[in-house]
Design a protein around this ligand. Structure first.
Ligand code: ADP
Ligand code: MG
Length: 249
């Protein structure tokens, strides 16, 4: 087991946003997390990524407890996340953002010394090859992010996360707001990251065609708790899921 979250619980004031959630992901697995707005999906990601501190539960990642770690420490453990709403209030370029992502992981020991020796140009070449080209961002690497379309900014956010060489990616609605074509490209990149790097992925997403075609397994959340877990066809066939999420009587 790569990630094992057990009994995760967090409240804001009187609202229990996540209530006893458990979820596990195997290495190289893509798990979808779906559910109605307000179900607690983003809060769940925030708890795993260290942005929020859950009041109860454990977040075991490859045998290490992540609960209580700050976000920068979680990234150093190989767990990166993207954001549901991508902000771009700065004039950093695409390459700047991706380099920040790479620096967030850090390297230790001999690898850190090797980085000093090989210098900036070698790092940039590596990031071009491993992140910018696969995401179709190589041609716009020098552009300020705030000049880009929403779809490209979402791709830059994923590029930033990928640059930290994650073994687990937490994606919060990576396809939301994209055109059909951009969405298909994004889904293809996510599958490729898993296939090439054996990276595990937790993907929150509303677009069911993307969820169905990308995820090995799907967990359904409602009101902070898990209500169903199974393969795509099993999720689509479940009467409770259809009622709560897919809006059927
Ligand atoms: N920082 C916060 N402060 C107060 N309430 C929050 C906060 N974050 C999330 N919530 C509440 O937690 C619940 C779940 O929200 P969220 O995780 O964003 O749902 P989802 O991503 O499934 O749409 C909502 O009721 C939301 O208002
Ligand atoms: Mg959300």
């Amino acid at each position: 087991m790569a990630l094992q979250v057990t009994d995760l619980t967090i409240s804001f004031g009187g609202v229990v946003a996540v209530n006893g959630m458990s979820l596990s992901i195997e290495p190289g697995e893509i798990v979808g997390l779906i559910g109605p707005n307000g179900a607690g999906k983003t809060t769940f990601i925030n708890c795993v990524a260290g942005a929020y501190r859950p009041s109860r539960g454990t977040v075991q990642w490859k045998g290490t407890e992540l609960r209580g770690l700050a976000p920068h420490s979680v990234i150093r453990q190989g767990v990166a996340r993207t954001f549901q709403n991508v902000a771009s209030l700065h004039d950093l370029t695409v390459l700047d953002i991706v380099k920040l992502g790479a620096a967030a992981r850090g390297r230790r020991g001999l690898a850190a010394v090797a980085d000093l020796w090989r210098g900036e140009a070698a790092l940039e070449a590596e990031l071009h090859e491993t992140v910018l080209e696969p995401l179709g961002l190589a041609d716009i690497a020098a552009q300020p992010v705030q000049t880009l379309s929403y779809g490209l900014r979402k791709a830059v956010d994923l590029a930033r996360a990928m640059a930290s060489r994650p073994e687990l990616l937490l994606l919060d609605e990576p396809v939301a707001g994209l055109t059909v074509q951009e969405g298909q490209q994004m889904a293809a990149v996510i599958r490729e990251v898993r296939d090439r790097r054996r990276c595990a992925v937790l993907m929150v997403e509303h677009k069911m065609d993307v969820v169905m075609s990308t995820c090995d397994r799907i967990t359904v959340m409602a009101a902070g708790a898990r209500i169903f877990e199974g393969t795509g066809p099993a999720v689509q066939a479940d009467p409770e899921v259809r009622r709560v999420y897919l809006g059927e009587p």
